[in-house]
Design a protein around this ligand. Structure first.
Ligand code: TF8
Length: 335
């Protein structure tokens, strides 16, 4: 009995050693950039990924996590990945729409009702198909992480009805769907990179912004914003991407380490983000923000108004993708 276990143990050890064959791994430095602060759900997940890669490659692949947009805004980092000057990043799918129009599908207002639907669609065949559109553009998409349901904050007034958005100077992501959506709703929408947002709010260059609770906390928007409206108007994914130029130089074993670690990081990140989001509202209140819920009737008025925006999204992503996402959402909803 004991011998049998010992032999099994030895075999397992040899297999594990075989998996990390020295010749399969070159010493690699992976510069992994992200936009939020280190003490955020994004930062925690990048560090978890880094540890996992280092462990699985027997210390050969080192991931340097570089937060705070120190390597640039999302769009600047994308260009660095395409050019091969940076290896990896994570950022909003919304900032990729200029490169890959199909990514606009995730900006559809009120597309997902909950995270169960989001996970099923993003991790399913349509999510994969949209992710694959990045490759010909010079980036390899590994996994989607959760940024989360977006909510409005501003300094002008609590948003209790559609009309309250009138003339609110609202920062939006650099993306036409967001720009059109908020213009359609009557706000004065201003596209800005996230890295400039805090200062824009502080100097009152803009009145408000929209992001998940987690980011309102980690980026300390409560210091410069008075009202928060729980609107859940869109679910925002993050996407982990790799420079295609660099990816093509990796061995199959090195690629597998990154892919496996990415999947582990996705599970970690979503759990961590959801736990934080669940506690966030109470904390936001203790930080002094005035919180209100957008009444369901007002959310549906907004939704109706945004019908024209949806038609534009369908056009830019292609009717086929639009339809398969709608079907996938329905299937996830029925489960
Ligand atoms: C935004 C996004 C950002 C992310 C982050 C920088 O509002 O939600 O939080 O893109 O990766 O710009």
């Amino acid at each position: 009995m004991r011998i049998k276990f010992a032999v099994a143990g030895l075999t397992a050890m040899l297999l594990a050693a075989g998996a990390v064959q020295a010749q399969d791994f070159k010493p690699r430095l992976v510069r992994f950039g992200y936009g939020l602060v280190e003490d955020s759900n994004q930062g925690r997940a990048v560090r978890m990924f880094a540890k996992e890669v280092e462990k699985a490659s027997g210390g050969k692949m080192k991931v340097r996590a570089i937060g705070n947009a120190s390597l640039g805004s999302d769009t600047q980092m994308q260009q660095a990945l395409i050019g091969g000057a940076q290896e990896m990043m994570v950022g909003s799918t919304a900032t990729l729409v200029g490169l890959s129009p199909e990514m606009a599908i995730w900006d559809t207002p009120f597309l997902f009702a909950n995270t169960k639907e989001a996970d099923a669609v993003l991790d399913g065949p349509v999510g994969e198909k949209v992710k694959a559109t990045l490759e010909p553009k010079g980036m390899v998409g590994l996994v989607y992480w959760e940024n989360g349901f977006r909510n409005l904050t501003n300094n002008k007034r609590p948003i209790t009805k559609l009309e309250d958005l009138q003339d609110v100077k609202l920062r939006v992501m650099q993306n036409n769907v967001f720009l059109d959506s908020f213009k359609t709703l009557g706000a004065n929408a201003v596209p800005l990179p996230f890295s400039e947002l805090f200062t824009a709010l502080e100097t009152k260059a803009v009145d408000g912004q929209e992001n998940p609770f987690n980011t309102v906390l980690s980026s300390k928007f409560y210091e410069v914003q008075k009202y928060l409206t729980v609107s859940n108007h869109v679910y925002s994914p993050w996407i982990v991407t790799v420079s295609k130029k660099w990816w093509d130089t990796l061995s199959p074993a090195e690629k597998k380490v990154l892919q496996d670690a990415a999947i582990k990081s996705r599970e970690f990140e979503r759990k961590d983000t959801r736990e934080e989001a669940a506690k966030a509202l109470a904390e936001i209140k203790t930080k002094g923000m005035q919180v209100n819920e957008l009444p369901a009737a007002e959310a549906s008025r907004m939704r109706d108004k945004l019908g024209a925006v949806n038609a534009g999204i369908a056009k830019s992503v292609g009717q086929g993708t639009w339809d398969s996402v709608q079907t996938a959402v329905k299937q996830a909803r029925a489960k």
